[in-house]
Write a protein that binds this ligand. Structure first.
Ligand code: CA
Length: 677
């Protein structure tokens, strides 16, 4: 395992230097009759995008296997250089095929092969206006962005709004999370992508705050299949976008709210011309497999810089999650460093207030102690700044390059390898630039970056080599804050693999083996899930740096097999396969790391979930005598055994067959077929 991991990271670093331009747009192979619709069909012929105009409005539609997944929907935008969403006609198009591979050690797959049909459709409008829509159409993913040339002598533009919309067929149901009001919540830090999801809601249900929904957004298109919308390639040159509420049959791309970040910064992105917008991505499947397995966010972006060293995936612990603010002191942190070392983990996260309670000299000595045990410290910062009321310190160290570089120089001098920067609150271009500036400066100092209280990543795993995680989810901390979150833990966990975690790594900070959500493990909120359920989340929730919510007492009070599992579970994955489930109800998926498959499943439903699974469908070795099954027979009782795969009838494949009660889970660890013993 270690060998493979080393190989992948080293290769990724080398690959960066030699990487060919993504998609090396090929030769024209279809010149176009002006004004005629343009059809862009995926390599396998099933996914089809049609681009045309309707009364001067640029429009597109998407079908899969002949079924309409997105009906005719507007394209274009309005800017301070005019309206590019009406009176337009197709002037030309240029189509080409794309084929390339790339490697990654931070996402769901380590080596991704991309095959797609590319096309640039150019529209002309009044007064010499011109824009193109670039399409990338793979077998289960369509992505598009606007390419905007200089408009005569004009070299800059402010885009005030987009016409870009999505018209789903009638009867489509939604799995969405609302955008919150700005400047609400803890110390006026929202929006921070920490809202509840509603599952299987009708399209015309109004959003909770009236501001629409954040990406990613999942839609069930009747019996035709599933569509996951998101965006990628958002850097400091654009804002993050979201979806509007449902109006006139459409969801429309919406920009940040002017109130975000205390009103600082423009809500409308400004771009230099020639320029481009981020990619909007549409993942389509007859089943949920393409939704869970998609790599579209990373397929359409490239690394923006190189680094002196690859990012450091790894496992860690953090005292703050169970022991809270009172534990940010030298002795408790030393206890957690010792605990991490006992677990064989490479990280300990020191959360807020350390500058006051441990001090800079204390941190230097703590970092040195950690290093002597092979443990890296992750050190917390507030991003702010002048846009919220945060007093948790350190503050004002990450918002300007002069102080930020000084801070990072100090971090490097004491051997800190990772920072966690919290409390951003907004998707304006100004904020995207801050994310990018922090990442870029940190790369210069050999530091990896985790974001909390933040937006969703948009292709950042590949764009920024030292980016290793974002929260952007109602994460583990909420299980400490309120019993209702514990009561909903299984429901939420059954959403993330299909939605939030499908398009971006997710720093959830979970896997609890405490029964009660407190330092003494006998007070506080009650965990509703089985131990194997918690182990399963370590596989289901994917992030290359996992800060697990384990505590030193778990060495004594948790099942030894669970601790053993948490010592061994990988954080770097080679492949993923969706096996079964339904958002909010259950999920079973398999991840492969090297020669081992980890098949993980959980059930949120009151009715028992029957899991029947043939390991050969993922290429696992059904004869593996060392295979291990961790399964909750009930919430109170986890069993660890050899899985007892058996042919249910003569000539049937050997299958795993088990029953999961509500809030229970399982993990099956088995070798890949053909793997050496
Ligand atoms: Ca949070």
């Amino acid at each position: 395992m270690m060998n493979l991991y080393t190989f992948v990271t080293t290769f990724a670093a080398v690959a960066l230097l030699h990487f060919p331009a993504v998609a090396a747009p090929a030769q024209d192979d279809a010149s176009h009759d002006a004004g005629k619709p343009v059809a862009i069909v995926s390599p396998d012929g099933k996914l089809s995008v049609t681009v045309e105009t309707d009364g001067g409005v640029p429009v597109y539609s998407v079908s899969y296997g002949g079924k309409v997944m997105i009906g005719q929907s507007p394209l274009g935008f309005t800017s301070n250089e005019g309206d590019f969403s009406r009176d337009m006609s197709i002037a030309s198009s240029s189509c080409f095929s794309k084929e390339y591979t790339y490697t990654q050690d931070k996402i769901k797959k380590s080596c991704v092969g991309v095959r797609a049909s590319g096309c640039i459709v150019t529209f002309a409008g009044p007064e010499g206006r011109e824009m193109s829509v670039e399409w990338h159409v793979a077998d289960n993913d369509a992505a598009f962005r606007y390419l905007i040339p200089r408009q005569g002598g004009t070299g800059s533009m402010v885009i005030s709004s987009e016409a870009t919309s999505f018209r789903f067929p009638e009867g489509t149901t939604t799995f969405l999370t609302p955008q919150s009001d700005a400047m609400i919540g803890w110390m006026r830090t929202k929006p921070s992508y920490e809202e509840f999801y509603t599952a299987d809601a009708p399209m015309d249900a109004p959003s909770q705050y009236g501001h629409g929904y954040t990406f990613p957004a999942l839609f069930k298109v009747g019996d035709s299949g599933w569509v996951l919308l998101s965006e990628s390639g958002v850097d400091g040159y654009y804002c993050g976008s979201r979806l509007s509420d449902f109006h006139d049959g459409l969801y429309t791309i919406a920009y940040p709210m002017p109130e975000e970040n205390n009103g600082n910064g423009s809500a409308s992105p400004g771009i230099a011309l020639p320029g481009k917008t981020p990619w909007r991505t549409i993942t389509v499947g007859a089943t949920l497999a393409p939704i869970v397995e998609t790599t579209i966010p990373w397929d359409v972006v490239e690394p923006l810089y190189g680094t002196s060293r690859p990012a450091r995936p790894g496992k860690g612990t953090w005292s703050w999650i169970l022991w809270q603010d009172g534990s940010i002191n030298y002795d408790d942190q030393k206890t957690y460093i010792d605990f991490a070392a006992q677990m064989g983990y490479s990280n300990v996260l020191v959360d807020n207030w350390w500058d006051r309670t441990i001090g800079r000299e204390g941190m230097a000595s703590l970092a040195e102690y950690a290093r002597s045990l092979g443990v890296n410290l992750t050190v917390w910062y507030s991003s702010s700044g002048h846009w919220n009321d945060i007093s948790q310190s350190p503050v004002n160290r990450m918002d300007r390059p002069i102080v930020r570089k000084k801070e990072m120089e100090w971090l490097r001098s004491i051997g800190v390898g990772t920072i966690k920067v919290d409390f951003f609150g907004g998707d304006k271009q100004e904020t995207m630039r801050l994310y990018e500036d922090i990442l870029s400066d940190a790369a210069d100092y050999g530091i990896d970056v985790i974001f909390h209280g933040c937006t969703m990543p948009r292709g950042w795993e590949r764009m920024y080599p030292n980016y290793v995680g974002s929260e952007a989810v109602l994460a583990s901390e909420n299980l400490i804050f309120g019993q209702q979150f514990c009561d909903l833990e299984a429901f939420s966990a059954c959403l993330h693999p299909f939605i939030r975690n499908s398009v971006g790594i997710m720093e959830f900070g979970g896997t609890f083996l405490n029964r009660r959500m407190s330092r003494d493990n006998s007070s506080g909120n009650v965990r509703r899930t089985g131990d194997a359920f918690e182990l399963a989340t370590a596989v289901l929730f994917q992030n290359p740096v996992q800060n697990f919510a384990l505590a030193p007492n778990n060495l004594e009070d948790a099942p030894a097999e669970a601790i053993g599992f948490m010592k061994d579970v990988p954080v770097v994955w080679d492949d993923v396969r969706f096996i079964g489930g339904y958002p909010g109800k259950s999920v079973v998926l398999a991840r492969r790391s090297g020669d081992l498959w980890y098949v993980a499943g959980i059930n949120a439903e009151e009715t028992d979930l029957d899991v029947v699974f043939d390991p050969s469908v993922i290429g696992a070795d059904a004869e593996d005598a060392d295979a291990r099954l961790y399964v909750d027979d009930s919430v109170e009782s986890m069993r660890v055994c050899t899985p007892g795969l058996r042919a249910r009838r003569r000539r049937d494949p050997r299958t795993l067959s088990l029953t999961l009660p509500q809030n229970c889970g399982f993990v099956l660890v088995m070798k890949a077929a053909g793997a050496a013993d």
